[in-house]
Design a protein around this ligand. Structure first.
Ligand code: ADP
Ligand code: MG
Length: 769
């Protein structure tokens, strides 16, 4: 800080010196300029004064030239003189007048003596006075004349002087004009000079501003530095004070040190003494330890001798240990060989045991298969005993659409003890029907499916199954087959059951489940899962000569889960819906088929099975067209009528074991030929409405149901039924027993045909054990 301060001080001094130099220069220049300008001013002033003087002189001379005072005076005097002469003349005239008046008065006085004497005296006094005055005026006049004389002399004198002064003035004038000219020249020359001066002054002014600013800055800086210096001085003072105090402490400390040193010396002395004492002690202790060590050493030597003797005794033990170790080593070396030996024998034992297990397993499997076969046969037999063709009835509940009042009252009643009987009140008469099973309105989808389950599972065993929903529109066919999303019907439940059954058999069997969906409308078949649903499909015989039927182009989807089938249903619905304007109406006039094919492969035997489950939602069985339906509606009705009649015919023919079954009479029966004939199982679910207003349709449906079912009843009745199997048209008869001859004209089977059929039944029973 001091160095920087000194440096700053130096700089400050340098700047101050510079500043002083500049100020001096400036002052010198200013003085110079000032003196020069003063000189010039004084010159100018002197010249101006001279000029003024000369001008005054000139004006004075000019006034002198214009007429002197003496002349004026003389003229005045002359004028006065004249005036006085005139006055005198007037006075003389008055005097003469007075004299003449006196003479006249004397003449008169002579006359008037006494009166004019006083007046005369007064006049004479006045005359004297006037004469005195005249005398004075004469004196005055003489004086004035003298004065005039004097003045005239002086005038001459003055004129002379004037002449002289005129000459002088001319001379002077000339000189002054000369001088004036000179001075004007000088002024002109001087006038050119001030510009230079001004420039110099200006530059000086500009420089001086800068210099002043610098000065200001340096002054402020100087002030700041001075403050700093003041501060530093303060600090210095403080430090000095500190130094003084520390000097004081140093002095104190020194005194202490001295004291300590003295103490230290004393302590050293003491220590030396102590050390000496300790040395002595140490020597003593060493001596003692040495003697003790000698004693100990002796003891150790003795111990060592003992250990040596011990060691000699341990050697033989070590030898035996080494021996043992070597023998163990040998054993370890031999162990793998032993192990292999043991393993070999164990393996042999195990394989023998496995073989035994295998053989028992095979035996068990054989037995299991036999049992399975037996179960299948039993199941089959059970189904057969129940009848390959079974007819169920289902009564839907009264719905809001049925309306209210007597029209909507239930016309159907049930038998509490017999679930296969149902009574219908039709036109005041109660008609009873007996079916394989009747589901009342409160029967759930689950309950219905329970009864259908056995049929569905037989599909896995390779049987073909058909489930039909028959009934008038609105009787619940679709509800039973498809159901609702929350409460699905047979279709979805059947597939679900198939999935779970297949899963249960997955250990031995490979199963593939696929579905097709088709629709028969006006006797033409459409693929509901195809890319072109409007395309009409044909049913053809397999070219392999097996006599099997197939539909070329019918789409088949492999399904593995409920989601898959839901997608398939959705897709089918979509296709069905896009093809018509009113799905409900359309669906009631067409047959909807869901065909599920279950293909199985027994992995152990290589046995293949194929079962088909046909789920058919039939067209509405209501009698249309009787009351003059026309055009497409009539055609539809005819087609429906024809196909439902054909179905009835086929079922009739099958149940009655006819040799000829008229499958070809409709597309539906033709398509389902495989699934209706042979060991196939058929379920007809006849749907009816309980509403009073639907009672005639309900009657028709129940008649159809009972007739289908009663085919296999007692031989007498069968015969009777066989003879009177009506067409769909004849089912339409309002009252029971009004059956007309078949319009289709089936040939009634002859008794011979019947006997041959019963023989075939017998054969079948024998083969099924
Ligand atoms: P269909 O297919 O024979 O024309 P639907 O299945 O469409 O008749 O049934 C007609 C109406 O009756 C539908 O609203 C349906 O939900 C209802 N329905 C039918 N059967 C039942 C039932 N068992 N329980 C409840 N509602 C039913
Ligand atoms: Mg329907």
């Amino acid at each position: 800080v001091v160095a920087s301060m000194a440096h700053l001080q130096e700089e400050k001094l340098r700047l101050q010196e510079e500043l002083l130099g500049l100020q001096e220069k400036l002052a010198a220049r200013e003085n110079e300029e000032l003196s020069r300008s003063l000189q010039l001013q004084s010159q100018v002033e002197a010249l101006k004064a001279k000029l003024l003087e000369q001008a005054q002189e000139i004006s004075r001379l000019r006034s002198q030239l214009g007429g002197t005072e003496a002349e004026k005076h003389r003229a005045q005097l002359a004028a006065e003189n004249e005036r006085l002469r005139q006055e005198m003349k007037t006075c003389e005239g008055e005097l003469l007048e007075l004299r003449r008046q006196q003479q006249q008065q004397q003449q008169q006085a002579l006359c008037q003596d006494c009166a004019h004497l006083q007046e005369n005296a007064e006049l004479q006094e006045r005359l004297c006075q006037l004469q005195q005055e005249a005398e004075e005026a004469r004196g005055k006049l003489a004086e004035l004349e003298l004065e005039v004389q004097q003045k005239t002399n002086r005038l001459a004198e003055v004129e002379l002087r004037l002449k002289d002064s005129l000459a002088e003035r001319a001379e002077e004038e000339e000189r002054l004009s000369r001088r004036l000219r000179d001075s004007q020249e000088t002024i002109a020359s001087l006038k050119s000079q001030p510009q230079q001066v001004k420039y110099i002054i200006k530059t000086v002014e500009v420089e001086s501003a800068k210099v002043k600013q610098a000065l200001c800055e340096s002054q402020s800086r100087n002030q700041y530095l001075q403050e700093q210096v003041g501060m530093q001085r303060q600090v210095l003072k403080e430090m000095e004070q500190q130094l003084q105090s520390s000097q004081k402490t140093v002095a104190q400390l020194r005194a202490q040190i001295m004291m300590y040193e003295a103490e230290l010396e004393r302590a050293q002395g003491e220590m030396l003494e102590e050390m000496q004492a300790m040395e002595e002690e140490k020597n003593q202790a060493i001596e003692e330890a040495f003697s003790r060590a000698q004693v100990e050493m002796k003891a150790v030597h003795e111990n060592l001798a003992g250990v040596r003797t011990n060691l000699l005794t341990l050697q033989p033990a070590l030898r035996t240990l080494t021996h043992d170790y070597n023998s163990l080593k040998r054993q370890v070396r031999d162990f793998p060989l032993l192990l292999q030996e043991a393993l070999r024998s164990a393996r042999a034992e195990i394989s023998q045991a496995i073989e035994e297990v295998h053989s028992t397993n095979r035996e068990l499997l054989r037995k299991y298969r036999r049992e399975l076969q037996l179960r299948k046969k039993c199941h089959n037999e059970l189904v057969r005993l129940k009848g390959n063709i079974r007819v169920f009835g289902r009564v839907r509940p009264i719905t809001r659409e049925d309306g209210e009042g007597p029209e909507a009252a239930s016309a159907v009643t049930f038998d509490a003890d017999d679930d296969s009987v149902l009574h219908l009140l039709h036109r005041g008469k109660q008609v009873s029907f007996e079916l394989d099973k009747v589901f009342p309105p409160q029967a759930s989808q689950e309950e219905v499916f329970q009864e259908v389950q056995a049929l569905v599972t037989s599909c896995i065993d390779g049987y073909n199954v058909c489930i039909f929903a028959y009934g008038q529109t609105g009787a619940g066919k679709t509800y039973t087959m498809e159901g609702t999303a929350a409460n699905p019907g047979i279709n979805q439940r059947a597939l679900q059951l198939l999935f779970s059954e297949v899963r249960g058999k997955a250990a031995d069997w490979d199963y593939a489940i696929s579905v097709s969906a088709a629709e028969i409308y006006n006797e033409s078949l459409r693929d509901l899962l195809g890319k072109e649903p409007q395309e009409k499909l044909e049913i053809k015989l397999c070219p392999d000569g097996s006599g099997q039927l197939y539909v070329p182009g019918l789409t088949e989807f492999r399904v593995q889960s409920v989601e898959d089938i839901n997608k398939v249903f959705e897709f089918g619905h979509l296709n069905r819906a896009t093809e018509c304007t009113n799905l409900n109406e359309h669906s009631s006039r067409s047959h909807a088929l869901l065909i599920v094919t279950v293909r199985g492969l027994d992995r152990s035997t290589g046995l293949r099975t194929t079962g088909k489950l046909n789920l058919v939602d039939l067209a509405g069985s209501e009698r249309v067209g009787r009351s003059g339906a026309e055009g497409s509606r009539l055609r539809e009705a005819q087609h429906i009528n024809k196909s439902l009649s054909a179905l009835g015919d086929v079922i009739y023919a099958l149940r009655s074991r006819q040799g000829h079954v008229p499958f070809r009479n409709s597309k539906l029966t033709y398509l389902l030929q495989d699934s209706l004939s042979g060991d196939s199982k058929t379920l007809m679910m006849v749907q009816v409405s309980p509403a009073e207003k639907n009672s005639s349709e309900t009657l028709c449906s129940l008649k159809f149901a009972e007739r289908v079912r009663s085919v296999e009843l007692g031989p007498g009745s069968r015969k009777a039924e066989l003879a009177s199997w009506p067409s769909q048209e004849h089912l339409e008869g309002d009252s029971p027993g009004t059956s007309a001859p078949s319009s289709r004209g089936h040939a009634s089977p002859s008794p011979g045909q019947l006997s041959s059929r019963s023989a075939s039944i017998r054969r079948k029973l024998q083969t099924s054990g």
